[in-house]
Design a protein around this ligand. Structure first.
Ligand code: MG
Length: 297
């Protein structure tokens, strides 16, 4: 095996994790949780989403969260931004990194943002332009890269097309998402190789879900090809909306355990991550079960 000596973990729990949790977490708890995460040595936390509050009531307090958290200068605080109105809100509270998003499959994009891919691209383009003008870092999430709940497997040409578009707009990093957790290592190898044929590896982060228990195997596969940036959520927060009871995002603790055992540097203190997980598990029932599994092991 041929690993990068260092891996960057991007904690997306406060956004991607909470977005799929039904129990509403109080503002104070979100702020305290993000403050605890800031103390773990992580360099990146996605704190919320500036989508319309009616779309995701759980994240309607994005502005307050951004205003109230203690900002560590070594941490990039990112947030999801769907359109110009969202960008205005994100700029008002001086978010470090703006994250745009689009699906690689037409039907998923339509269900997610009520627009075709062709109609979504110009909206993202405007957001990207203005974000860059305001000297914000820019990240692009691509959903359903490995499969779509409505269309099945996604074509790699479609993925490359979207990646190209986002990079042209000034997106610095692409987060390649296995939104429904269907990827297996062989599929990851094929997609990663295709991406690396077209784009430099530092432009690519992988976003795996553990719905079917394949997330860590997928990480190893991508690492073997030189990928060194991975998204995860504390406690695996963020159940899959398409498969009831299924695990959500790859758990940060599981990823850290594996990487540290293998001698891969992350700069993150696992014990402090566990403390942050224990804290938020009081507010999210689904997370408590993952915590219990870890505590009992
Ligand atoms: Mg996710």
């Amino acid at each position: 095996m041929n690993f990068p000596p260092e891996v960057t973990i991007k904690e997306v729990g406060p956004r991607d994790g909470l977005q799929n949790e039904r129990t509403v977490v109080p503002l104070d708890a979100k702020v305290e949780w993000i403050n605890l995460l800031s103390e773990t040595g992580m360099s990146y936390i996605e704190i919320s989403s500036f989508v319309r509050p009616e779309w995701i009531p759980q994240l309607k307090d994005a502005t307050e969260v951004a205003k109230r958290i203690k900002r560590d200068p070594n941490v990039t605080y990112a947030a999801l931004v769907p359109n110009q109105r969202g960008l205005e809100r994100a700029l008002e509270v001086d978010i470090d990194e703006v994250c745009v998003f689009i699906s690689a499959s037409e039907t998923h994009n339509l269900k997610n943002v009520n627009k075709t891919i062709a109609d979504t691209i110009p909206i993202i383009d405007k957001v990207a332009n203005e974000a860059v003008q305001n000297r914000k870092q820019l990240r692009g999430y691509i959903s359903t890269v490995f499969g779509c709940p409505y269309e099945g497997e996604t074509s790699i040409d479609q993925v490359l097309f979207i990646c190209d578009k986002l990079l042209e707009m000034g997106v610095q990093e692409l987060s390649i998402g296995d939104t429904i957790g269907v990827a297996d290592p062989l599929h990851v190898e094929n997609v990663t190789k295709a991406l690396l044929n077209h784009f430099p590896k530092d432009r690519i982060a992988m976003h795996f879900h553990d719905t079917r228990g394949t997330a860590l195997a997928n990480v190893i596969t991508a690492m073997n090809l030189g990928i060194s940036k991975f998204d995860s959520t504390v406690g695996g927060l963020g159940g899959c909306p398409y498969a009831k009871g299924a695990s959500g995002n790859l758990a940060t603790e599981d990823l850290l355990y594996m990487l540290h055992r293998m001698g891969v540097h992350t700069g993150i203190n696992s014990e402090k991550v566990s403390e942050a997980a224990t804290y938020i598990s009081q507010h999210v029932p689904a997370l408590s079960s993952h915590q219990m599994k870890l505590l009992n092991s």
